[in-house]
Design a protein around this ligand. Structure first.
Ligand code: KG4
Ligand code: ZN
Length: 336
């Protein structure tokens, strides 16, 4: 089954053709990062306009690259939630139009479930059940993936998402948006023990995260230093911050694995590209005899191939939308 998939939840307009959930026939991404960089973050109105401009050429290119016509696609999958509402609406309305015009089934796909599905593309042998750490710009979850479309939230962030914390700390250090990627690179040159930063825990909820205190600690260090006319060593501060965030993520994730007796661990989302997170988890899982799966770095960020993968499993589970499908800004991963 060939699925034409569309993604427009944030600042990438993407389309892909994916066969039987695992084989990517094409994947096209038009990123708007350079334009939003001027403002230090995503400007929702600009994102919506660019999606509207890019969606036709991006979808056309995905069909050309896959060497199929629209008629040869068996279904259309689209990210309908969660994300920026104006951005999501562009993809949802376009997909609805294609579905109405061709009579092909329309598959609503949850963005975070799609991030998890990026692993089905990179790791052909991976099948649920597994425990997944989903860390993106907007969300940080520990999820028990009981089946392809059956999820149970074990823990989540109480405030900032991991990616958001990375981006805000990086911006205060003067790095361009999205700073998480830059901070990860600069941290490679620094000493992770140079600064003592807090290791926030959520009392009574051992699997939940809290990153806002950690982010504020870094911002305060920088502001206090600048008031004294001093500058802090950015590489050391980046390395210390990265280690603090990664320690919080890995501690809770491995505790959940132990308590829920999960033997297969998976990571997903933009932050799963983080070099220290990948390195430390590889080491810790090896020590504890746990199997670890990660998406290729090229599939960690937003793309439509992952939507085509998850869309396939949503289709198999009977999740087909009608013409009244709407975009939804906030929707829990275990919504159905
Ligand atoms: O999943 P994603 O592409 O978009 C959302 O669904 O939010 O995640 C984007 C987030 C951004 O905050 C970005 O800074 C972060 O992922 N990110 C990273 C790295 N690469 C991307 N954070 C830390 N280290 C990285 N290497
Ligand atoms: Zn995403």
């Amino acid at each position: 089954m060939k699925i034409l998939a569309i993604e427009s939840s944030c600042d990438e307009t993407a389309a892909a053709v994916v066969e039987d959930g695992r084989k990517v026939l094409s994947s096209v991404i038009a990123t708007q990062v350079a334009e939003h960089r001027k403002y230090g973050g995503v400007v929702p109105e600009i994102a919506s306009r660019r999606h509207a401009e890019n969606i036709v050429p991006v979808v056309k290119q995905a069909l050309i690259d896959a060497d199929i016509t629209l008629e040869q696609a068996d279904a259309i999958a689209v990210t309908h939630a969660p994300g920026l509402i104006g951005a999501l609406l562009v993809g949802v309305n376009f997909a609805k139009g294609l579905s109405l015009a061709t009579g092909k089934p329309l598959i609503p796909t949850h963005h975070l479930r799609s991030h998890i599905a990026s692993n089905y593309i990179s790791n052909k042998e991976l099948k649920p059940p597994f425990l997944c750490l989903v860390v993106s710009g907007g969300h940080s979850h520990i999820v028990m993936v009981e089946d392809y479309t059956k999820m149970r939230i074990i823990g989540k962030t109480r405030d900032d998402a991991a990616g958001e914390a990375f981006d805000k700390a990086a911006r205060t250090m003067g790095m361009p948006y999205p700073g998480g990627i830059e901070l990860d690179k600069i941290a490679e040159e620094g000493d992770p023990n140079a600064f003592k930063l807090p290791h926030p825990v959520v009392n009574g909820s051992p699997y939940d995260f809290s990153f806002s205190g950690l982010k504020t600690a870094v911002i305060n260090l920088i502001h206090n230093a600048s008031q004294k006319g001093e500058t802090l060593p950015v590489a050391d501060l980046s390395a210390s911050f990265r280690k603090a965030v990664v320690d919080c993520l890995t501690d809770n994730f491995l505790k959940a694995a132990k308590d829920f007796n999960a033997k297969t661990l998976v990571i997903a989302g933009g932050v799963s590209a983080n070099s220290l997170l990948r390195k430390n988890l590889e080491m810790l899982c090896k020590q504890s005899n746990l199997q670890l799966f990660m998406p290729d770095k090229s599939l960690c960020g937003d793309n439509a191939a992952m939507v085509g993968s998850q869309g396939y499993y949503e289709f198999l589970s009977g999740n087909i939308a009608k013409a009244d499908l709407n975009a939804v800004a906030t929707l829990p991963i275990d919504y159905r």
